[in-house]
Design a protein around this ligand. Structure first.
Ligand code: PAP
Length: 338
């Protein structure tokens, strides 16, 4: 075959680079799954009714097989860009505070990014074909995930472990995703326009989407089983952090004592985990790799409610409002956007 013919054939025969990073078994599965255009990888795939990148799917399968939740485990769950970094910090601070009482200058949250202290099941613990020995991790095990509630292993449902979920209004979540994508999309893949990303978002073909199924899954589970799933909102945590932090502590089984209340421990935690404080930490200004290989500073942008107003056209507001109304109808879950 001539060289021109070989070059002509190349784009069709070469598989996307991300497939080289997963096992043959995973590649065989991926071939059978619906796929759409991705943003960090050429494609994302519909695995168990949610969209994921190949390496995520490989890790999720491993997590589903090997993660055995214990009664004392705490699972921090979110849709990407809904306040994960913040929620992980709050949960870590609450659940471990007896170890670090009075450690005002040496608390781990001052030198580690919260994703390092509350590792993702799918990006850290079960990533890269590793199976962690969970018994070696300090208890309570605090782990994070972006997977929908239905994709968590049976042991999560069967054990007494707790799930803390944070939701954020989809308008701000989209804006956060857009900025994050714009910074981290590999140059080799070419740019994605704001409109293209919005379209992906509206169709639900975005990491761990469709996000309406994701939030509804945890929402219904929290109504069915309020001792198992705590459903928090980013906006409410921003508005009244003290109230919601106390609620979180009660839910996790670590209520604040009268003495702690008097000593101002609640306010200390809120301050230590605030956007302003966390953003200025060395580990978050100069560090990298808290989740995967990007710089930690990308996890801190504005940290406010309502930034969507600076980005949305009236047509976008109408389209997303309609989607939310339609998808969440009758569920009791809704979002105030004004
Ligand atoms: P992840 O899902 O990739 O882990 P996640 O932490 O959920 O990311 O999302 C980052 C968003 O949370 C950013 O929002 P923005 O783009 O609208 O600014 C980030 O600024 C915000 N954020 C990070 N830390 C905090 C914090 N301590 N308090 C409030 N918001 C925060």
């Amino acid at each position: 075959m001539g060289i021109t013919k070989i070059l002509e054939n190349q784009p069709n025969t070469r598989s996307p680079a991300e497939l080289d990073e997963v096992t043959q078994e995973c590649r065989e599965l991926l071939i059978t799954l619906p796929k759409e255009r991705g943003w960090r990888t050429s494609n994302i795939y519909l695995y168990q009714k949610f969209w994921c990148q190949p390496k995520e799917i490989e890790a999720i399968i491993s997590m589903q097989k090997h993660y055995i939740a214990e009664d004392s485990d705490i699972i921090v769950s979110t849709i990407p860009k809904s306040g994960t970094t913040w929620l992980k910090a709050l949960c870590f601070a609450v659940a471990n505070r007896c170890l670090y009482a009075g450690h005002n200058t040496t608390h781990p949250l001052l030198t580690f990014n919260s994703h390092m202290l509350v590792p993702f099941l799918e990006y850290k613990l079960f990533a890269n074909q590793e199976i962690p020995d969970m018994s070696r991790l300090p208890r309570p095990h605090l782990v994070g995930t972006h997977v929908p509630v239905g994709a968590l292993p049976d042991s999560v449902r069967e054990s007494q472990c707790k799930i803390v979920y944070m939701v954020r209004n989809p308008f701000d979540t989209f804006v956060s995703i857009w900025h994050f994508m714009s910074k981290l999309r590999p140059d080799s893949m070419g740019p994605l326009s704001f409109q293209e990303v919005f379209d992906m978002y509206c169709r639900g073909t975005i990491g761990f989407g469709p996000y309406w199924d994701h939030m509804l899954g945890y929402w219904h589970e929290s109504l069915r089983n309020p001792n198992k799933v705590l459903f928090l909102r980013y906006e409410e945590m921003k508005e009244n952090a003290g109230f919601h932090l106390r609620k979180l502590a009660n839910f996790l089984g670590f209520p604040f004592s009268a003495e702690e209340e008097e000593d101002g421990v609640v306010d200390e935690i809120i301050k230590m985990c605030s956007f302003e404080q966390m953003k200025e930490l060395d580990v978050n200004k100069k560090g990298k790799g808290a989740i995967v290989d990007f710089e930690n500073k990308n996890l801190f942008r504005k940290g406010v409610v309502g930034d969507w107003m600076n980005h949305f056209s009236p047509e976008m507001v109408e389209r997303l409002s309609k989607i939310m109304e339609e998808k969440l109808a009758g569920s009791g879950l809704s979002f105030k956007i004004n």
